[in-house]
Design a protein around this ligand. Sequence first.
Ligand code: IFM
Length: 455
Amino acid sequence: MSIVFPQGFLWGAATAAFQVEGATDVDGRTDSIWDTFCRVPGKVVDGHTGEPGADHYRRFEQDVRLMADLGLGAYRFSIAWPRVRPDGGAVNQAGLDFYKRLVDTLLQYGIEPWPTLYHWDLPQKLEDTGGWAARDTPYRFADYAASVVEALGDRVATWTTMNEPWCSAFLGYAAGLHAPGRTDPVAAAAAAHHLLLGHGLATQAIRAAQPRARVGITLNMYPVIPANPQDPDDVDVARRIDGIQQRIFLDPLLRRRYPNDLLVDLEPFGFTGVIRAADMDIISAPIDLLGVNYYSEYYVSSAPGVTGPSPWVGVSQLSFPRRDMPRTDMDWEVRPEGLRSVLMRLHLEYPRLPLYITENGAAYQDVVSPDGIEDHDRAAYLASHLWSAHSAIEAGVDLRGYFCWSLLDNFEWAEGYAKRFGIVHVDYETQVRTPKLSARWFARVARGNALVAVS
Ligand code: IFM
């Protein structure tokens, strides 16, 4: 039996610059906040860094051929701000040239380039002057976006401004689990607004340079489920987390305002003080598509549990009770139905626009044998989520494409290289790439535009 996707459905795979490129000190690139963060003992498992990554900077041609072999229609990658404008300053032609080569190679193989302008690698110099907590940073981001679009706008049709601003703002500035490693909820709230402003200003810059471009942003979405729906405290925790996880981005982008309950929740953190009236028009300027990254659900309770700095600013009592269900190597629950649920929510509660799943995938402990990597668990994860996505399409959701995370095993942020998300295995010693069973299966799905059994 096969489940057919709409004609023209886009099949792709995703990576991000700092996670795969390596080559962090060549051709004029300077430090990003992640280079700095990796040097702080204890921040990244086993003290790993962006080196060697998957050496994509030097091996991109081989990787593009691999994508072509897998029948992918699009490649979602990110552009490194510290390559293009080292230290956040003047344009560095050598940095731009790398992305020109990458984009040209993709086009040569008939693969659509899907660049993201910001996937967390803020130039360290800009963090030194306040980072995303400072109002100047969104303006620097727009300058950087303009220089990228000027260089690549003749070759790229679709731009994503930001990837998962929630992680940048709240993991980076409130919980300290991501770069820049700050634990300052006031800065985190300001960063959330400034990331949105950066998106809006970059959208203006893209449209000015390339009027026919398609522009979007990618958010990481989770259904938030109260452990006990009869318990008002659990329900309230779920509401607050939903506010700070997704409505804080969705509502200004798509409804031109922050939700009232969120404004009340964030009042102690000076949130309204950073918002200027004119910002809301900039942030809510129409976009052409929304990217959704989906991995799991949040199952939350108001019982005390989480200690220490939390990314859910203003949520003081919170725990994540364990449910008896399969989990990935990240310890994330496998919840394919949650993907349908976030897509349906967007469809029913927000102004409609084309949706793309810009990330979905799973880390598992792969067993490398002479016969290859038979990652049935990862393929089953992808298949169940595609099934769920398809059911959303059948219910009327305008879902136009799916990018699996990730093309390659890579640097999983604070987890270093310990977690493998790739459908293609990377041996970090030799840099040999080996498509896993999941890649071979995904290629059949992409080629046939239909879900087929994992085998
Ligand atoms: O690896 C990350 C990616 O950079 C952003 N989205 C989630 C992935 C898995 O954690």
